[in-house]
Write a protein that binds this ligand. Structure first.
Ligand SMILES: [Zn+2]
Ligand SMILES: [Zn+2]
Length: 203
């Protein structure tokens, strides 16, 4: 659990995205985050997992896939709106952002054509983007039952995520190490660096 913090500064809120391709370790990192942050960091659930756990169908047809991505986009928007309305958050840490949907968009046009908002405008929603890269095929983790992508497809999606966020002024890439602990450490450091000074506590 997050530790209690006596800070009563009114923080300027930052919205940070933690993203990554399939198998990058995003969920594990988010579990660790809760152990060192204070109550002024609000971690949002992943829109896609929230929808799928709630029974949103994952159909294979083009129309089903585009419906899924539109739903994820709108749920993400409203998760962020809800966090903006919450009291006292200094950091809203998003488990993926609206731009990630472009990596999963099956075509024929783009997610942005369908949603009616330009990608450049979506990039401005986020102050910092932390991208956990998907590891090479050999180190790929198949444990998550909500993931169905093969390793090669996972690498392609990871690259498309990078393309989606390209042009954002602050993207921090977290590369894979042989030892996942090192990667998690790098990711935690990147998140810790975003905390306001008043809310930092030695780890
Ligand atoms: Zn705090
Ligand atoms: Zn503070």
């Amino acid at each position: 659990m997050s530790h209690p913090c006596a800070c009563n500064v009114v923080h300027e809120r930052k919205r940070i995205v933690l993203t990554g391709g399939p198998g990058a370790g995003k969920t594990a990192v988010l579990e660790l985050v809760n152990q060192f942050v204070c109550q002024h960091v609000m971690v949002l659930p992943e829109a896609a997992s929230t929808l799928f756990r709630g029974g949103f169908p994952r159909g294979p047809s083009l129309g089903q896939r585009t419906a899924t991505q539109r739903a994820i986009f709108h749920v993400q928007r409203e998760l962020e709106a809800s966090a903006d309305a919450a009291d006292h958050a200094a950091i809203v840490l998003c488990d993926r952002g609206t731009v990630d949907g472009s990596a999963y968009w099956p075509g024929p046009d783009t997610l942005w054509d369908q949603i009616g908002t330009p990608r450049a405008e979506e990039l401005t929603r986020y102050d910092v983007v932390i991208h956990l890269r998907t590891p090479d095929a050999g180190a790929y983790n198949h444990q998550n039952p909500l993931r169905t992508e093969s390793a090669a497809e996972a690498a392609r999606i990871d690259e498309r995520i990078a393309q989606g966020w390209s042009g954002h002024p602050k993207v921090i890439m977290i590369h894979s190490y042989a030892d996942f602990f090192q990667k998690a450490h790098a990711a935690l450091d990147a998140i810790y660096d975003q905390l306001p000074w008043c809310c930092r506590k030695p780890r």
